[in-house]
Design a protein around this ligand. Structure first.
Ligand SMILES: [Zn+2]
Length: 318
């Protein structure tokens, strides 16, 4: 389609807000990061976002930005454009955020869950662009996911579909923040990789522990890549848990492509190889060999491009 509209994608997080100006060819031509300053509440944050969008307008021929898409951590009502009790944005609870931004900017605004927005970006412009179905999982401090089935985002009755991070992969496992036990998140999230590696070091190699300033998930991944046996043990067990989750998804949905984003996905093969080995062991022999596990192609541009796609969809511009 000719003359696709210019749009803005916004990724609202607990500490920072990323904004991207998306041109008619789906390129992010300008990107800006501002602090959320969540303690100040939503109105000042809306004003700061609006100031950036006004700056962006000066870069667009004719100054016309058609719509804005914003994604946020859930839970949220994407239709009403309201967040519910967001952990990192306590003062944004039950505030009509979508409407506030729309009123301030005088343009249509849509809101989506951040994992779902990232999944849409990856589906249309990244690793999923030639696919009909995929599961996208963000692994960072927490684990979120979105399922796209035959081109449609699965939401479920209350928009909770895709809580892959809280699949139980070990029913005798660790207590998770959600109240359940042995959730996938307790194996693969950044804080849990760090915790598990720290515990092993404490018991088996306290001299190694004394040599590092702080144990992080990133450190565990780096050490695993260097062949350090304890770090490899943690990454293998994380990858195996991930493989079980992929097998459950594959057996439920018959989806072949699993894409991973977020900071922990940067671990790459050291995490994904054990998952690739494990998933077929827990699926039908006709399913296992078809499974493909890959790291996101778009990285942190995914949510912005997904929000851009949603914004265009809102004004019929895709
Ligand atoms: Zn959980």
């Amino acid at each position: 389609m000719d003359n696709k509209p210019w749009v803005v994608g916004v990724d609202l997080g607990g500490t920072k807000i990323e904004l991207g100006l998306v041109d008619p060819d789906n390129r992010i031509v300008r990107r800006k990061r501002i602090p959320t300053l969540a303690d100040e509440g939503p109105q000042p944050a809306v004003e700061r976002m609006a100031a950036v969008v006004d700056e962006f307008r000066s870069l667009v021929p004719g100054g016309q930005i058609a719509a804005l898409g914003i994604c946020c951590p859930g839970p949220l009502d994407h239709i009403a454009g309201v967040l519910f009790n967001p952990v990192n944005l306590p003062r944004f609870d039950r505030v009509p955020l979508r409407q506030m931004i729309s009123d301030r900017l005088g343009m249509p605004v849509c809101m989506e869950h951040d994992a779902k927005a990232a999944a849409l970006g990856e589906f249309y412009y990244g690793a999923g662009r030639d696919e009909k179905s995929m599961v996208y999982t963000v692994i960072g401090t927490g684990v979120g996911a979105a399922i796209i089935m035959d081109g449609q985002l699965l939401r479920g009755v209350k928009n909770y579909a895709g809580e892959v991070g809280h699949f139980t992969v070990d029913r005798h496992g660790e207590l998770c923040v959600c109240g359940s036990h042995g959730c996938l998140e307790t194996f693969i999230s950044g804080p849990w990789l760090a915790r598990r590696y720290q515990r092993l070091l404490e018991v088996v190699a306290p001299q190694k522990l004394a040599a590092v300033e702080r144990v992080t998930g990133e450190l565990c991944a780096t050490h695993a890549r260097q062949g350090e046996p304890l770090a490899l043990q943690v990454m293998n067990s994380a990858g195996e848990a991930l493989g079980i989750a992929v097998a459950i998804l594959a057996m439920t949905l018959d989806i072949e492509l699993y894409v991973f984003g977020g900071s922990v996905s940067k671990c790459g093969d050291v995490l994904l190889d054990p998952a690739r080995r494990t998933a077929p062991q827990y699926s039908f022999r006709t399913v296992g060999p078809r499974l493909r596990l890959a790291v996101s192609e778009l990285g942190d541009e995914g949510p912005l491009l997904g929000c851009g796609w949603l914004a265009r969809e809102l004004v019929g511009g895709n």
